[in-house]
Design a protein around this ligand. Structure first.
Ligand code: NAP
Ligand code: G4F
Length: 339
């Protein structure tokens, strides 16, 4: 008999898959929502097939959410489902708001309506800060200034989570997580795009890597560490909001350099702005070019989180930092090519 029942929206995503593994290891019954898709979209959780319960649902569909919450009666709900790509949110702003903002309200209201006693975790993001000049390191008291439809939708979700906690006494937490990555990261996020390209480059499968803003700085952590923080928030005595980050920041350019070094290629740089190029210092071959097609209408330039509250109140700290993270991701992508 499982000790607790959990419901994870977005269980097929990077974080959903790691969180499912963590909760299973703690003896939970793990339920997760998946979306109908014309092709298979469960590769990250296929290895858990007989251990978890999967349910078709969508954050844009209130009735499916109400039904599931009523049926499962979860002790803990982790709302990880989202249209999570910042640049794509400029192309599908309304869908992003429906899923990421109103979707969160739909769950909170289903909890209120059914009167089920459950704890709620909201997957909030450092994108809500917008990386405005003079605000780093960002902590729980830093003013919000979202710079994308994604950031704005997530900010609504954050505040509605806080509002339902204050209005109805729900045990609801908002985890303000900075970028976290892994070998399971979606291939159109910059870190995975780089590590996959580095692996392909040294195997003569790819010539060039086209990137957008090389100067953007991110506080990159390791996804398995971050799902542990989500769980810890729901085990605390009282609900609260926490910044989760490593406290270290690096440019996209540095991530590239490190990833190619791990793959055995030392990169040099020449040119400025959209003319900047990264080259293999051994062969002089151009490896990285800037393509303005990857620029965003508004950019978040500088993220650096201060996770000291989570350290003090939850005893959480990151185990894997930048250098090791890049190493893990490049090694996994090289291994993947060998298969
Ligand atoms: P991800 O890999 O993109 O996973 C997102 C999950 O949401 C997938 O399972 C996806 O299903 C599902 N989903 C998408 N649209 C949905 C909808 N309309 N209804 C229900 N489910 C839907 O994202 P992640 O990196 O694991 O991130 C998890 C959560 O944390 C997201 O809410 C993200 O915005 C937030 N977050 C992430 C980071 C980060 O750096 N990773 C940082 C801060 C906050 P499919 O597999 O079918 O697409
Ligand atoms: O990897 P990214 O797409 O991640 P971004 O925009 O920071 O968002 C991720 O982290 C957020 C937490 O802060 C999450 F909430 C969100 O769901 C997502 O997981 O881009 C990182 C940086 C940006 O500044 C972007 O402009 O890399 C820059 N970049 C440069 N070239 C690129 C590329 N990003 C992508 N995706 N692709 C490029 O070719």
């Amino acid at each position: 008999m499982a000790s607790k029942r959990a419901l994870i929206t977005g269980i097929s995503g990077q974080d959903g898959s790691y969180l499912a593994e963590l909760l299973l290891s703690k003896g939970y019954e793990v339920n997760g929502t998946i979306r109908r898709s014309s092709s298979f979209n469960t590769s990250r959780i296929d290895h858990l097939f007989d251990k978890i319960k999967r349910h078709y649902s969508d954050l844009t569909d209130s009735s499916s959410l109400n039904r599931l919450i009523e049926k499962i009666q979860p002790n803990e709900i982790y709302n990880l489902g989202a249209q999570s790509h910042v640049k794509i949110s400029f192309d599908v702003p309304e869908y992003t708001a429906e899923t990421d903002a109103v979707g969160t309200l739909r769950i909170l209201d289903a909890i209120r309506e059914t009167g089920i006693r459950t704890k709620f975790y909201q997957a909030s993001t450092s994108e809500m800060f917008g990386g405005m000049p003079g605000t780093a390191p960002q902590n729980e008291n830093t003013p919000f200034h979202p710079r994308s439809p994604y950031g704005a939708a997530k900010l609504y979700a954050h505040w509605i989570t806080v509002n339902y906690r204050e209005s109805y006494g729900l045990f609801a937490c908002s985890g303000i997580l900075f970028n976290h990555e892994s070998p399971r990261r979606g291939e159109n996020f910059v870190t995975r795009k780089i590590t996959k390209s580095a692996a392909r480059f040294v195997n003569n499968l790819q010539d060039k890597l086209l990137l957008g803003n090389l100067d953007a700085k991110r506080d990159w952590g390791y996804a398995p560490d971050y799902v542990e923080a989500m769980w810890l928030m729901l085990q605390a005595n009282k609900p609260d909001d926490y910044v989760i980050s490593t406290g270290e920041t690096h440019t996209v350019r540095e991530f590239c350099e490190k990833a190619f070094t791990e793959a055995g290629v030392k990169l040099g740089w020449k040119g400025k702005g959209i003319e900047e190029k990264g080259y293999d210092t051994k062969t002089n071959k151009i490896v990285v070019e800037v393509n303005p097609g990857y620029f965003r209408p508004a950019e978040v330039e500088y993220l650096l989180g201060d996770p000291s509250k989570a350290g003090k109140m939850l005893g959480w700290e990151p185990k894997i930092r930048f250098a090791e993270l890049v190493k893990i991701m490049v090694a996994a992508d090289i291994d993947e090519l060998k298969k």
